[in-house]
Structure formats: C-alpha cells, structure tokens
Design a protein around this ligand. Structure first.
Ligand code: MN
Length: 252
C-alpha cells in the first residue's frame, strides 16, 4: 500500500517535470545561456513550489519598452508582454501579448541581457502573489477569460485577462476591475523603479559587471534607441560618481 503510494507520487513528480520541460521548450529555444544570464529553466532549477502562485511584472527595455506580466501556474510562469504596462484605471484596457511560458526562477531575475533574444535591461517592477477567481485556470485560459486577484507592491485587487479576439490568439487585454485599488493615477509613471533594488534601468545597468554595449546599444533608432542612449549615459554617470566617491587610499 505504502509503496504503491510512493510509486504514484514518483510518477506524478516525473509527469510534472516532463510537462514543465515541454512547456519551457520555446523559452529555451530562443536563448543561448552561454550569452545570457537568464535562468536556463532546467527542471532542478525551475524552483516552483507545488501550488505556487508567484506574481511579478518585469519592466524590460529591449527591442521595445514593455512590461512582462507573469503568473505562476503548474510549475511555470504564464507570461504576457504589455507594451504600455498595467493601468489601475478600469476604463483602460491594455494590450497584453501572450509569450512563451518562463521558468519560475525567472521571477527572481533582474539584470542585463547583453545580446541575443531580449537583449536589454530587465527591472523587477513588481512582485507578489496571485490567485485565480476560477477553479480551473487552464479552462479559463482556453475560454479566453481569466479573472484573478493580485497582491503586489504596486498592483493589487481584482484584474482580468481577456482574449482580444480578432487581433490573433496571442492578443489579450489586461484590465483592472473596479474595487478599492482602482485609481486613475498612472502607476507606471509614478512608481517607475525596481521593487528589489535601488533605481531603474540606469541603476541596474550601472551595476552590471561590464559595460555590455561599449559600441552601440541593442537598438539604435527611434524612441527606443533614444531611451537606450539616455539610460547608458545615466549609467556611466552613476559608475563614474561611484568610482570617484571611493577614498583615494583604497582606489589603487
Ligand atoms: Mn520581455
């Protein structure tokens, strides 16, 4: 009896590992972990607790500025890229493009991706926990309507992800539901920085071991190129003022 139970438990674990491995195939295919400091999503490192409900939003300056909203579900992080970021105003629907599932360990990542897929800077913009307001998350996703609540540092209360329909299967809308956490204040503008470290893109870049883009940033043209240049300049200023504040004695 006991050994049957143990076998069943082992099979369940194997099954779960296999599902996570398959769910992360797309994630791994896009990345070269020799070049990127991102979590590699190996089963042993994926780190998801059974029934874990991590929530995070990573602000990501890459080919375009966007906010990656992630919800832990069955050992992976369901992920949506939100170009304009979340809005606390229930009247505002934000386009959220569903992207590949990410490893749970990604929920602890803040840093610089020097080159390759997603090259740029990741700032941990919000973290917390979430809870679906439905029994069956997979059925809700298939139906294209996932109601949930989050308890983060910046975002809280009731939200919905609703499939946008005609725009294509990956297009969803992220919408704040009416409750006491709804407000018309612009949270992306009023609370731009990291919740796990000091500062924003420039500070995260300044802490990178080496200047990853001595020649030119991942994007040169347009508004994104201008933002990269501004962040790189600010990071150089931060680095040089940090260097000059070290007492001469210890500097040699
Ligand atoms: Mn991203």
């Amino acid at each position: 009896m006991a050994s049957t139970r143990r076998t069943a438990a082992r099979e369940r674990t194997t099954q779960q590992t296999r599902d996570v491995t398959r769910a992360l195939t797309g994630y791994r295919k896009k990345r070269d972990f020799a070049l990127s400091p991102e979590p590699n999503g190996s089963a042993s490192a994926s780190g998801g607790r059974a029934g874990g409900r991590l929530f995070c939003v990573q602000k990501h300056l890459a080919s375009h500025l966007h906010y990656d909203v992630r919800l832990e579900h069955c050992g992976v992080l369901l992920s949506w890229a939100v170009p304009k970021g979340p809005s606390l105003d229930p009247a505002v629907k934000r386009l959220a493009m569903q992207v590949e599932d990410h490893p749970v360990a990604y929920g602890a990542f803040e840093g610089v991706i020097p080159r390759g897929y997603g090259a740029g800077i990741v700032v941990m913009w919000d973290t917390g926990v979430w809870q679906p307001v439905v029994d069956d998350v997979d059925a809700a996703l298939a139906r294209g309507n996932l109601p949930f609540v989050v308890l983060g540092r910046k975002l809280a209360g009731a939200w919905s992800l609703i499939r946008a329909g005609r725009v294509g299967p990956a297009a969803w809308l992220l919408i704040k539901q009416r409750d006491e956490w709804a407000t018309r204040r612009d949270v992306t503008r009023n609370a731009p920085g990291s919740v796990v470290s000091e500062g924003d893109f420039a500070e995260v870049l300044a802490r990178a071991v080496n200047d990853p883009w001595p020649q030119h940033p991942p994007v040169v043209g347009g508004a994104t190129g201008a933002l990269f240049r501004q962040v790189i300049t600010a990071a150089r200023t931060l680095r040089s003022s940090a260097a000059s504040s070290i007492p001469a004695r210890s500097r040699r």
